[in-house]
Design a protein around this ligand. Structure first.
Ligand code: AMP
Length: 113
């Protein structure tokens, strides 16, 4: 599998603003923030998109959710944030290495118009 942009960030080959890191995940600031707080919660395992995850990824998927909560507490987001996963190019995914967007500080209008 070719190295993704996020693999390069995980390997510290390219810089990023790292907010949190553990053995299974890394959390960085999005380079093009869509809200006052816009973080990307990224597994160190390269899973291209949510729909390519399988049974063996159960633990890491749960871990990413709990990391979101942990980071929200570190940043004192007062239990107020949105988690978004874009799955597939037609749904707006541009980096094919699974990631959760965590947005806070802005009311999002709900997607279906
Ligand atoms: P998605 O469109 O869901 O695949 O999200 C990819 C996100 O990665 C976008 O919100 C980009 O702004 C963000 N992004 C792209 N390059 C970088 C980078 N070098 N550092 C941090 N975030 C990035």
């Amino acid at each position: 599998m070719t190295e993704t942009l996020f693999d390069k960030i995980i390997n510290k080959d390219i810089p990023a603003d790292i907010i949190y890191e553990d053995e299974k995940s890394i959390v960085i600031k999005d380079i093009n923030p869509q809200a006052p707080i816009h973080l990307l919660i990224i597994p160190k395992k390269t899973i291209p998109m949510l729909s390519s995850a399988d049974e063996e990824d159960k633990e890491i998927l749960g871990h990413l959710m709990l990391v979101a909560v942990k980071v929200s507490k570190i940043l004192k987001l007062d239990n107020t944030f949105n988690i978004i996963i874009n799955n597939g190019a037609n749904a707006g995914q541009t980096v094919f290495h699974l990631h959760l967007h965590l947005l806070s500080g802005k009311s999002l209008s709900w997607l279906p118009a």
